[in-house]
Design a protein around this ligand. Sequence first.
Ligand code: HEC
Length: 217
Amino acid sequence: MSRSLNLVALLIVAALALPALAQEKAHKPFGFGKPATKEEIAGWDIDVRGPDGAGLPPGKGTVAEGEKLFMDNCAACHGEFAEGAGRYPELIGGRGTLKSDDPRKTIDSYWPYAPTVFDYIRRAMPFGAPQSLTNDEVYSIVAWLLNQGDLWPADKPLDAEGLRKVKMPNRDGFLAGDPRPDVKPDTCMTNCRTTPPKITSDLAARLGVTPTDRKGD
Ligand code: HEC
């Protein structure tokens, strides 16, 4: 192709592409990507808030269905009674052990809010295939787990409303502030200073053994 023909071809391509590009730019400040659709956002926006269960989806499940699902998807790692298999965590049991020499942290011994169980399982389990379960399946598994911990009756379907009402045994075991003395900024016990320290000599700085600026050199 000759030079002039090349140029003509280039101009034609540019003329065709430019209006489209300008239009694209108008609603895309960075010139790439596209606005996320409602469905795409919904796929990511799956968090469930523990204390009040905000974000729990519609749906429901049963203890009986949950037992089957647990055996098929979870028992290999977490045991047939959720007691843990091998080095995988136990999920139910150990209530009342938190203050002992051998505290066992499980859903029913430790977790303060039941909706968090839904959130965690839907988000992260089964380990090798997270988010592969439907909402109804997750409700069923949660129902079975809570039933294993005597926190949900075997014959009652579990839904968002029911899950919000479950009071976990360790709900009041968490403190808002940390009362241990070693986490307080002031550890002084006697004769404590009430005013900031006064600098009486800059000898160290003059000898060049103390950094004089914040860069540390
Ligand atoms: C391949 C093994 C495996 C399978 C299958 C599996 N899990 Fe897990 N699970 C794990 C591991 C490993 C952890 C710890 C993950 C971590 O701490 O990051 C865990 C953690 C958990 C926890 C949190 C325990 C805690 O107190 O911190 C829950 C709840 C849980 N799994 C539920 C399930 C359920 C329900 C299923 C089935 C749908 C399932 N898991 C399937 C390996 C597995």
